[in-house]
Ligand binder design. Structure first.
Ligand code: GTP
Ligand code: ZN
Length: 332
């Protein structure tokens, strides 16, 4: 299929990203561009131990330590930092986080994993077969964190056109409740260009079952990932950047994505019934309408959610998914 013509805005973004890339690739990356030592804004690209690689407004990477009172900084954090010369600096303030992706640590306490993510790309594929319940778990997490979502149905090339249509039709009710669904394959082409368009100006993460093609999609989206990793190694002085740490990568058409094994395997934690209800966005207009305040939306009389299912306003599969997640997550 022919590639879509780029709008002026897309072309401008591509040019800006290209310039940024050239700066990233410049051999002078380890040299201070200026003697200016005044505090300035920056973004944490990767945290390693107690230190961070920070992208400065001059589009160069700096190796920064951080003041202890700032706590646990993560990839995606926006910060104020002060250059100290020799391509280094000190992070002095953490700017408010718009969103935080976190996961429980070994003691069960929530620990931030990445900050300021704006889009969760939920990857499914015909192989391994997806479960609607797993999709719902990611959607709930996204609703609670406050990030937008895109459901990507990858590996569509494995199916005939008729089988692909039938496969995708199982998930038809997601677009109906406002969750975009994009069928595609992890190879260059019109579908990848469309995915790029969805990622513009976003900070995305890719989540989904093992084997659905997250790594393949990310590799197709980031042809220069090795260059970016090389620049990080140089900036951090570590020699080798470890890809196990959550890392922000710049996309060629603008925006970026945060990736790490931990981010890719992000899962839902323990939830209260109220949080679970908030995770089903189409339930919202009915939640205060049930006769009983503690209605579990099973067979209670006067349940507005069940009435909405009967009236065709809520998909019955979403309600049964809600019930199975109550059993799974809302203990005690
Ligand atoms: N036919 C086809 N195969 C694909 C596509 N995308 C990925 N694959 C294959 O699917 C397998 C799994 O892909 P990965 O990218 O490793 O999947 P993943 O989701 O990153 O898996 P984990 O790293 O285990 O989480 C590999 O053999 C890929 O080559 C696609 O669009 N079409
Ligand atoms: Zn109810």
């Amino acid at each position: 299929m022919p590639r879509r013509a780029l709008s002026k805005q897309q072309a401008r973004r591509i040019n800006a990203a290209h310039e940024r890339r050239q700066q990233l690739e410049a051999p002078s990356i380890n040299a201070m561009a200026t003697d200016d030592l005044t505090p300035q804004r920056g973004q944490v690209i990767v945290r390693y131990g107690a230190e961070c690689a920070v992208m400065a407004i001059n589009q160069q990477l700096y190796h920064c330590t951080s003041r202890q009172h700032l706590g646990h900084l993560v990839c995606g954090d926006e910060v104020i930092w002060q250059p100290t010369g020799n391509n280094s600096g000190v992070i002095t303030a953490l700017l408010p986080r718009h969103t935080v992706l976190s996961r429980p640590d070994y003691s069960g306490r929530d620990k931030p994993l990445a900050a300021n993510v704006t889009l969760m790309v939920i990857v499914i594929a015909p192989e391994p077969l997806p479960s609607n319940s797993l999709i719902d778990q990611y959607l709930i997490a996204a609703e609670l964190i406050g990030v937008a979502t895109l459901i990507v149905c990858n590996k569509i090339d494995l199916l005939t056109t008729a089988a692909a249509t039938e496969f995708i039709s199982q998930f038809d009710y997601y677009p109906a409740i406002g969750y975009a669904l994009l069928p595609m394959s992890a190879v260059p082409g019109a579908e990848l260009t469309m995915l790029m368009a969805h990622l513009q100006s976003q900070t995305a993460i890719f989540v989904g079952q093992s084997g659905v093609g997250k790594s393949s999609l990310i590799a197709a989206l980031l042809p220069d990932q090795a260059v970016q990793i090389g620049q990080l190694s140089a900036a951090t002085g570590l020699g080798r950047h470890t890809t196990s740490a959550a890392t922000y990568y710049y996309l060629p058409t603008g925006g970026g994505l945060i990736d790490s094994p931990g981010v890719r395997s992000f899962r839902l934690k323990h939830l209260t019934l109220n949080e679970l209800e908030r995770g089903f966005r189409e339930f919202a207009p009915y939640l205060q309408q049930c006769r009983f305040n503690d209605c579990q939306h099973r067979s209670e009389p006067g349940c507005a959610i069940n009435a909405a299912v009967t009236a065709g306003q809520i998909n019955p599969q979403r309600l049964s998914s809600f019930h199975s997640l109550v059993n799974q997550y809302c203990t005690g």
